[in-house]
Design a protein around this ligand. Structure first.
Ligand SMILES: *Cc1c(COP(=O)(O)O)cnc(C)c1O
Length: 485
C-alpha cells in the first residue's frame, strides 16, 4: 500500500455512470439564458467525476476507515487529553430543546438552556475554587488571552500602568507566550530546575515591579506537580503581580486540589479536554475563564446571572473587557461538559483523576526500563520520556513515532516540551484499560528492540499505512480540500 498511486484512491469516475435520478419535471420549463441575460448560465458542463452510488459509498467509507480517532484506538497524545467521549453526551446535546433553539431568541423562552449554563459555571467554580466563570471563550488559547486582558484591565484600573511583563516557564505550552504577546505583554522566561519544576531562585530574579502576572500549568507540561506553588504565589503576589492558571488539563487534580486554593487569581479550563468535548480537527472548543472576586467586574460580557428567579444576560458591566465571542460561545460543548459532570458526580470526577494518574505512572514505570526518564518522581496525568538512548543508535524520536503507526497506535506528542531532548510526552488518560496500556507498552518495548537489532525497520517506518512520511507543514498549510481532476 505504501506507495499507492493516489489517482486510484481519488479518481473513481467512468463516463456515463450516475448515482441519482431526478423525478419527471412537473413545472413549466424556463429559458435561463433569456431570463437572466446569460449571466448565471455556464457555457460548459462542470468537469465532475461520474460515479455510481455504490462507488461513492465505498469511497467515503474507505476514507473514514483511514481516519484515526479515540473511538478507533489508543491515542496517548500528551497535553491533549484524548479521552473517551461518552455517547450519552451526544444524546443530550441533540435533544430538540437544545439543538433547535436560536441565539436571537428572547432569553425568557430559553430559561432551561440558560439554567444549564449557569449550573455549569457554578460547577466549574466549585471544581477550581473560583468565584465566578464566563463560558464565552472558544478555546484554551482564547481563554488565556481573555484572562490576560482581565489582568491588564485590573492593573490599569489601579493606575498600575507599568506592568508590561508576564512570566512563563520554559516548559510552558506554546499558547502561553503567544497569548502573552497578543494581549500586549512581553513574555519573560523562568527556568526549570533539575527536578523539572519552576526554579524558585530564578523566579525571584525575574519578578519585579513590571510583572503583570505569572502563567503556570500545575501539574506542569512534564506532568509534575509544582510543589512550591504556595511560595511562588507569595513571590508573585508580593511583587504586585497576579497568578494565571492554565487549566487546559485538569485531569490530574479534580476533587483533590483547586487552583483557587493554591493562590491563582484567573483560570481557564478546556471543556474539550478534561470535560469530554470531542476535539481534534480544529474545534469547536470551549475554554471558560474563572476568576476570584476582585476580577468579577472585568469578566467578558454579557454575564449570565440570576435576577428574581430569572436567568438573564447582564450587559450593564462598564468595567468588562467586552464581548469576546459572537453570541454565547460554543453551546453544544457546554452541554457535553455539563452532561459529563452530572453523570460523573463529585466522587466520579475524583476517580477520574485517580485513574488518570495511576495509568500514567504504570506506563511510565514500565517504559523507563528502555527509555530515558529525565525526571524520576511520580508523575500526574502525563509524563515525558526522552528517546536520546535510541538516538545514539541512529533511531530518532520521530522514527519511533512513525513506527508506532505500524503497531496501530497514535504516537505520543513528540519534541515537546522543548526542555527535554527527543521528548515523548505521553498521556494515557483514565479511560483506557490495563490491557490497552499493556499492548502499547509491548509495542514501545518491541520498537526499542528493533532500534538495537534492525534500526532500518524503524528508520523507514511506517510500513503499513496508506501514505508514508508526509511533508506535514505543507499538508497543514496547503491542504488539498477539493476535487481536482
Ligand atoms: C491544549 C492546551 C492549551 C491550548 O488549548 P486550545 O484549546 O488548543 O487553544 C493550552 N495549555 C495547555 C497546557 C494545553 O494542554
Amino acid at each position: 500500500m505504501a506507495n499507492q498511486d493516489f489517482s486510484l484512491i481519488f479518481e473513481r469516475g467512468k463516463k456515463g455512470r450516475t448515482s441519482y435520478s431526478l423525478p419527471e419535471m412537473d413545472v413549466p420549463e424556463m429559458d435561463l439564458d433569456n431570463e437572466f441575460e446569460n449571466c448565471y448560465v455556464r457555457s460548459d458542463a462542470p468537469d465532475l467525476p461520474e460515479v455510481s452510488e455504490l462507488d461513492i459509498m465505498r469511497h467515503y467509507t474507505g476514507l473514514s476507515r483511514r481516519n484515526y480517532g479515540v473511538d478507533s484506538g489508543f491515542y496517548p497524545l500528551g497535553s491533549c487529553t484524548m479521552k473517551y467521549n461518552p455517547k450519552i453526551n451526544e444524546d443530550v446535546a441533540s435533544l430538540d430543546g437544545f439543538s433547535h433553539i436560536h441565539p436571537h431568541q428572547d432569553p425568557k423562552t430559553v430559561q432551561g438552556a440558560m439554567e444549564m449554563m449557569y449550573d455549569l459555571q457554578a460547577s466549574l467554580s466549585e471544581l477550581t475554587g473560583m468565584h465566578d466563570f464566563s463560558l464565552q471563550s472558544a478555546a484554551g488559547a482564547q481563554g488565556e488571552w481573555s484572562g490576560l486582558m482581565m489582568i491588564r484591565a485590573f492593573h490599569e484600573a489601579n493606575g498600575d500602568d507599568n506592568r508590561t511583563k508576564v512570566i512563563v516557564p520554559d516548559s510552558a505550552h506554546g499558547t502561553n507566550p503567544a497569548s502573552v504577546t497578543v494581549a500586549g505583554f512581553e513574555p519573560v522566561t523562568v527556568q526549570t530546575n533539575e527536578n523539572g519544576l519552576v526554579d524558585l531562585e530564578d523566579l525571584k530574579r525575574v519578578v519585579d515591579e513590571e510583572t503583570a502576572a505569572m502563567m503556570l500549568t500545575n501539574p506542569n507540561t512534564l506532568g509534575l506537580f509544582e510543589t512550591d506553588i504556595m511560595e511562588m504565589a507569595e513571590i508573585v503576589h508580593g511583587a504586585g503581580g497576579k497568578l494565571y492558571y492554565d487549566g487546559a488539563n485538569l485531569n490530574a487534580i479534580m476533587g483533590y486540589a483547586r487552583p483557587g486554593d493554591m493562590g491563582f487569581d484567573v483560570v481557564h479550563l478546556n471543556l474539550h479536554k478534561t470535560f469530554t468535548g470531542p476535539h481534534g480537527g480544529g474545534g469547536p472548543g470551549s475554554g471558560p475563564v474563572g476568576v476570584t472576586e476582585e476580577f468579577v467586574s472585568y469578566l467578558p460580557k454579557p454575564v449570565l446571572t440570576k435576577k428574581d428567579d430569572q436567568f438573564v444576560f447582564d450587559y450593564d458591566r462598564p468595567a468588562s473587557i467586552g464581548r469576546i465571542k459572537p453570541y454565547y460561545g460554543n453551546f453544544g460543548i457546554y452541554l457535553r461538559a455539563y452532561t459529563y459532570i452530572r453523570t460523573m458526580g463529585a466522587e466520579g470526577l475524583k476517580k477520574v483523576s485517580e485513574y488518570a494518574v495511576l495509568n500514567a505512572n504504570y506506563l511510565m514505570r514500565r517504559l523507563e526500563k528502555e527509555y530515558v526518564l529525565p525526571y524520576q518522581q511520580h508523575c500526574k496525568h502525563e509524563f515525558v520520556l526522552s528517546g536520546k538512548k535510541q538516538k545514539q543508535l541512529g533511531v530518532r524520536t520521530l522514527d519511533i513515532a512513525k513506527r508506532l503507526l505500524d503497531y496501530g497506535y497514535h504516537p505520543p506528542t513528540i519534541y515537546f516540551p522543548l526542555n527535554v531532548e527527543e521528548a515523548m510526552m505521553t498521556e494515557p488518560t483514565e479511560t483506557e484499560s490495563k490491557e490497552t496500556l499493556d499492548g502499547f507498552i509491548d509495542a514501545m518495548l518491541h520498537i526499542s528492540e528493533e532500534a538495537k537489532n534492525e534500526p532500518e525497520t524503524v528508520q523507514e517506518a511506517p510500513h503499513q499505512t496508506v501514505v508514508k512520511r508526509m511533508d506535514e507543514t505543507t499538508a497543514a498549510r496547503k491542504p488539498i480540500l477539493r476535487y481536482q481532476k
